[in-house]
Every structure is written in C-alpha cells, then in structure tokens.
Design a protein around this ligand. Structure first.
Ligand SMILES: C[S@@+](CC[C@H](N)C(=O)[O-])C[C@H]1O[C@@H](n2cnc3c(N)ncnc32)[C@H](O)[C@@H]1O
Length: 380
C-alpha cells in the first residue's frame, strides 16, 4: 500500500477541519459556488479548475472527489440529464460530500451526482461493495481469502464500478500525484478504459520540473501533501499519449511554482486530451486523404508518429484527416479530400509520406473548419 495510509490519515483530517498546508490558491467561478455550503468550499484541496471543461449533457467522472466541490460545480454545468460520478477512497471525505447531496439535488431540481468509494487506479472495483461483501463473508482462512479473490475478479468483469467507455469527460483536481508510483501507469490505463471514444480528459495536478529523488518520495508529509508524488512534467504528457490519448496538452501551466523543495519546482498544470474515435487499425487505412501543415514551425509530429513538415502535402488516413479538422488543430492544417476515394488499402509507406497533388486535385480543400470538442461532435 506504500503511502496510502498516510494519504488516508491526512485527508481524514482535511475532511473534518481546514488544513492550510494542503491548500493551493485557485480562483473558481463564484457563480457556481453560490449553492455550495461553506463546509465544502472551505475544504478545498484542489490546484486547478477542471470544471471549466464540462459541457452540457456530459457524463463526468471526478477522480478523488474529496468534499465534492468540483462535482457540485460540474452538476450545474451539465444541466438536466447530465451525470456526475465522484470517486474517493476516504470515508470522511465521502461522508462530507454525501452530507449535502439531497440538499443540492433539491436546489438543482434533480439528483445528478453519485459518490462511490473506490481507488482511482482500480476504477472497476467498488469498495462500497467490498465492505458489504466482507460484512457478509468475513475472511478468516485461506479458503475464504481465495473466495474473496475470486469474487473481486468477477466484480471487476461483471459489474465494474465504472464501466468501459461510459464517461464523456474525466476530470480530477490534485489527486493523481497521490497514487503510488508503481500504480501510475495502471491509473492512466484505467482512465483510458472508462472514457468513451471521442471523450475527453481535463486533469489539474502538480508536476515537478525534474525527477524527485527517493528521499523526498519516502517522506510521508511531502507525499501526502501533494508534492513528492508529482509526475515529472514530461512524463505526465508522455503517459497519456502512450496509452492512446491524442491532442495531449498542458492547457494551463502555472508560471509560479506552488512549492520549491530542495531546488525542485512543483507547480500546478492542467492536462487536456482526447480519446480517438477509431482504433489504431482504422488509423492505418489509406483512402487518399492529404493535409498540409501551414506552419509556423518547420515540422510537427503527432502521437502516432505522423510527421508534418510545413507546406508539404502529407498522406493521412481518414481518421487523422477528420481529427485535424477539429479544435485545436483545425487552424493549423489545410485538408485535402480525395478526388474519388480509392479502394481502401493499408499504408505501406512510413509516416511523412508525401501525397502527390494529382491524387487530391478536384477533391474538396477544407480550410479552417474548426469543429469544437463537444460531446456530440466528438473530439479527435
Ligand atoms: C488533494 S485532495 C483533492 C480533493 C478534491 N479533488 C478537491 O479539489 O478539493 C485529494 C483527494 O483524493 C483522495 N485520494 C487520494 N488518493 C486516492 C486514490 N488512490 N483513490 C481514490 N481517492 C484518492 C483523497 O482521499 C482526497 O479526498
């Protein structure tokens, strides 16, 4: 469990009183705070505002929902029919968040929020259900321990707490850094699993500018204080790209570090990314599409290894062609539709293959048609 017990103790204290050391100044939309009780507003342990990425109608998952502040802000933004799911492993934080659920549902005219007890690195397993199981089936010997293992494995497959591809937007505010380093890859894979194709993530968290040494990582105070478990900034982007997200970016990167410890800067960032609509297999089918990167860089490269030198017609799959027609790419690319789509063939050329002008001449040239990243239009 590594630091998990320290994290639990620290946030149990943070749920029952305001712990100043855990607070990183953030300015939230005051209009969205109006319906929240002070008890929740005061226990703010976030470092950014991922609620600003929520759209009408979204199903939103908040990882490490704490006292529920971001969930209740998001509940106002999704509107009628939208859904918010908060996940936290701490009983005291969950009790604080759930305490006001009925009151806020009444103000909204609808109960749009649900809180689950779970670990964010294991989104398939509900710890509420684990507690119930253990009450009814205490583990006292190897036989009952085996039965418990089998039951948990079945739960993850048959009735996962968060189902595959069920969420439009995953948000989180200052939590991913608290997950053990050994589980961070799994955590990012879990996030990818639960996002719908075309869905998005917006994660506010703390990153370090250089690698954090072990003597800081093993300090429980620094770890549970959202410092020494921070991702290194380059690794944060790389992990999200590696599991399959596209358009991975630091949408916010605080100029001023939140803390400097042993000459290492720890700052708040917000990472945004999209889950592609199609599989890697579909991404490789050539139907004659082309794009021109306008510049001003000499060359840019995407997560799939596609290389776009400025001003050069490059062969791309239909999926990449469509993705580059949406925000945030649309303004950077001129898109050239095929004259008449050839029979689909697999790419044999390496990324960066030039598309000859005659292959697209007579087809549509699509300029600047920014699409937006909404839940219905899909993103990427
Ligand atoms: C720094 S607080 C942030 C709370 C909230 N997001 C906010 O903006 O105030 C971290 C929260 O994440 C929870 N947490 C930490 N590690 C977790 C894990 N592995 N799984 C689930 N929750 C976790 C803690 O219990 C705590 O409520």
């Amino acid at each position: 469990m590594g630091m998990e017990n320290h994290v639990k103790e620290r946030y149990s204290e943070g749920a029952t009183k305001v712990v100043e050391a855990l607070c990183c100044p953030v300015s939230y939309d005051a209009g969205l705070l109006k319906i929240l009780p002070n008890e929740i507003i005061d226990r703010d342990y976030g470092c950014g505002d991922p609620s600003s990425y929520v759209k009408k109608g979204d199903t939103v998952l908040d990882l490490g929902s704490g006292g529920g502040k971001i969930c209740y802000m998001a509940a106002q933004l999704v509107g009628e029919g939208g859904r918010i799911i908060g996940v936290d492993m701490n009983d005291d934080m969950l009790a604080l968040a759930r305490k006001y659920q009925a009151e806020i549902a009444k103000k909204l005219g609808e109960d749009r929020v649900v809180f689950h007890k779970g670990r964010i690195q294991d989104l398939a397993l509900s710890l509420d259900r684990v507690s119930q199981y253990l009450k009814e089936n205490p583990v006292s010997d190897l036989k009952s321990a085996d039965a418990f293992e089998v039951w948990m494995a079945a739960q993850r497959v048959d009735t996962p707490m968060i189902a595959d591809e069920s969420v439009d937007l995953v948000i989180s505010n200052c939590v991913l850094n608290l997950v053990d380093d050994a589980m961070k890859w799994h955590l990012v894979e879990e996030i990818f699993r639960v996002v719908k194709p075309g869905g998005r993530v917006a994660i506010s968290d703390i990153v370090s500018d250089v690698l954090v040494p072990d003597e800081l990582k093993t300090d429980p105070e620094l770890w549970s204080g959202c410092i020494s478990g921070a991702f290194v900034e380059s690794e944060f982007i790389e992990m999200f790209s590696s599991v399959g997200f596209t358009a991975v970016a630091f949408d916010n990167w605080d100029e001023k570090p939140w803390k400097v410890v042993d000459d290492i800067e720890f700052r708040s960032v917000t990472l945004t990314a999209c889950k592609p609509l199609s599989s890697v297999h579909e991404e490789q089918i050539d139907q004659g599409h082309g794009v021109i990167y306008r510049g001003p860089m000499a060359v840019v490269e995407d997560e799939l290894g596609n290389i776009f030198p400025a001003g050069v017609r490059i062969a791309v799959s239909q999926q990449v062609f469509e993705r580059l027609g949406m925000a945030p790419f649309a303004e950077q690319f001129i898109r050239l539709a095929p004259k008449s789509p050839p029979h689909p063939t697999f790419f044999t050329a390496s990324p960066g293959t030039v598309r000859h002008p005659t292959e697209t001449r007579g087809g549509d040239a699509l300029l600047n048609n920014a699409g937006g990243c909404g839940p219905s239009s899909g993103c990427c």
